[in-house]
Design a protein around this ligand. Structure first.
Ligand code: HEC
Length: 215
């Protein structure tokens, strides 16, 4: 490269470099409020343990992100989110490659690692099965457990579950309850066991009985 070319290169590349360094603001979440099974596991399973990525069958790059033992085996330094590869790639939107996590979701992963990356047991639940509207119950649950795979680009099974129409369709056909219990349909989120709590499933069940309204 002659000096003119390198100057031109710097003039052209420098703004790109600074643009890529623009960091979004990650909200601060109190580590003590985080429960691994309730807050972290569903996010990682639905965003990372996707077929062809970090499920047990594929284990891309040696990462199997399906349960506490495998998630903490590699790339998680308890107490040090910035030194944890798992958090770094999520923060920088390198992973998941298609649909990056939101700032709120990143904040949960960060707080969990900062607080020691513990396997919280018997975490109290703030689920109330008497709340079962689309906006207060269904949308948050679908965002937490399903959207990592079921939205475009690349929606699994060609199902975009961020749409009310799609949720209504699987709700009324019996598929939604079928996949949550793995009864007649493949278990969702895919894995070896049910990860939604009974209270959460009850919320969805009541919404279905209500006729799957967009309320
Ligand atoms: C880790 C990725 C992943 C997550 C998370 C996930 N799914 Fe799926 N889902 C798939 C894949 C892949 C298919 C299509 C292949 C299949 O049928 O096994 C599918 C298929 C489906 C189907 C169609 C089943 C059929 O046989 O017609 C429904 C309904 C469904 N998912 C609902 C859900 C719901 C509800 C959630 C959240 C509770 C969810 N999924 C979470 C990957 C996922």
């Amino acid at each position: 490269m002659n000096s003119f070319n390198s100057l031109a290169f710097i003039a052209f590349a420098a703004p790109l470099f600074f643009m890529s360094c623009k960091h979004e603001v990650i909200p601060t979440v109190d580590s003590d409020s985080i429960c691994f099974e309730r807050d972290v596991l569903p996010l990682i399973v639905s965003n990372c343990a996707t077929s062809g990525c970090h499920d047990a069958a594929t284990a891309e790059d040696g990462y199997v992100l399906t349960n506490y033992a495998t998630i903490t085996r590699k790339g998680v330094k308890a107490g040090n989110p910035d030194g944890s590869e798992l958090y770094e790639v999520i923060l920088e939107n390198e992973m998941p490659p298609k649909n990056p996590m939101s700032a709120d979701q990143k904040a949960i992963i960060k707080a969990w690692i900062a607080g020691g990356a513990e396997n919280g047991m018997n975490c109290s639940s703030d689920c109330d099965s008497n709340v079962y509207t689309y906006s207060q119950a269904v949308t948050p649950l679908v965002t937490k457990y399903c959207i990592g795979c079921h939205t475009y680009p690349g929606a699994s099974g060609n199902l975009d579950l961020s749409l009310h129409s799609a949720m209504k369709s699987i709700g009324t056909s019996g598929k939604l309850m079928g996949v949550l219990y793995g009864n007649g349909y493949p278990l969702m989120p895919p894995g070896n066991s049910q990860i939604m709590t009974d209270c959460e499933i009850k919320q969805l069940q009541k919404w279905i009985q209500d006729g799957c309204p967009e309320n």
